[in-house]
Design a protein around this ligand. Structure first.
Ligand SMILES: [Zn+2]
Length: 246
């Protein structure tokens, strides 16, 4: 592996990390410049990934396998040109296509419409309760939430918080189809066990969240320790119960 490839991996890892944390990546304390004023391949790679993460990932992952990706890589990272909107769009299509192929080959198509409805309900608000901007729930060592990093994204993010932590994929609108996340090396971090846990939650969200909250002594919605006897018995805090289940 040459040093440039190593660097590309490091940049992509930093972006992954930042994505998981819901923040903005920091590159040695400097925010990368957005136009073609960068002179090093690292800075250009960073620009590319910042401009469009999916397109950038695809170009970096495919540059040694696909001649089109290679040409985009040479133009943007080696020569320092700003890619056109058309080129970015084409790279995005490449990413989407690869993603679909991988997805079909490993995990079964699964839908979590019940979870999506629950979260959309919390977002919309119930009764007199105002909706939450970024509702989140925890279940089975996973966090299911709307990403603060992507406020206009209607899809739900699924993140594994225990064991091998990391972003697992999305529960997408409008039908709740699960779209597994794919690492640039082709690895799919979500497993059948994760899907089984989501299916369990999907079956009866209120009962499942309450049962797990009761077991752990924590509200699975706001993550607060349950203290008053009624909440401990119920397995969920009164405010959260109102917001999610009316
Ligand atoms: Zn709560």
């Amino acid at each position: 592996m040459n040093s440039l490839t190593d660097t590309a991996d490091q940049v992509a890892d930093m972006l992954d990390e930042a994505y998981y944390r819901g923040g903005r990546p920091q590159f040695h304390g400097k925010t990368p410049r957005s136009k073609s004023t960068s002179f090093t391949p690292l800075a250009r790679m960073t620009e590319l990934l910042e401009r469009d993460e999916d397109a950038g990932r695809w170009i970096l992952a495919q540059k040694d396998k696909n001649s089109f990706a290679q040409s985009l890589y040479e133009q943007s990272v080696i020569k320092g040109y700003v890619l056109s909107e058309k080129q970015i769009a084409a790279a995005k299509r490449g990413y989407d296509k690869d993603m679909r192929q991988e997805t079909v080959s490993t995990l079964p198509e699964t839908f979590f419409k019940g979870i999506l409805d629950l979260m959309e309900g919390a977002r919309a608000g119930k009764g007199k309760k105002e909706g939450l901007k970024f509702p989140a729930i925890r279940f089975g060592g996973m966090k299911i939430y709307y990403s603060t990093r992507r406020p206009n994204d209607p899809d739900l993010a699924v993140y594994r918080t225990e064991g091998e932590v990391g972003f697992l994929g999305k529960i997408t609108t409008p039908d709740g189809k699960f779209q597994p996340y794919i690492w640039r090396n082709g690895k799919i971090p979500a497993t059948q066990a994760d899907l089984d846990k989501l299916a369990k939650l999907e079956g009866n969200p209120e009962e499942q969240l309450a049962a797990e909250g009761k077991r752990l002594g924590i509200c699975m919605i706001c993550n607060a320790e349950l203290s008053n006897p009624e909440s401990v018995e119920r397995g969920i805090g009164p405010i959260c119960a109102g917001r999610f289940f009316g």
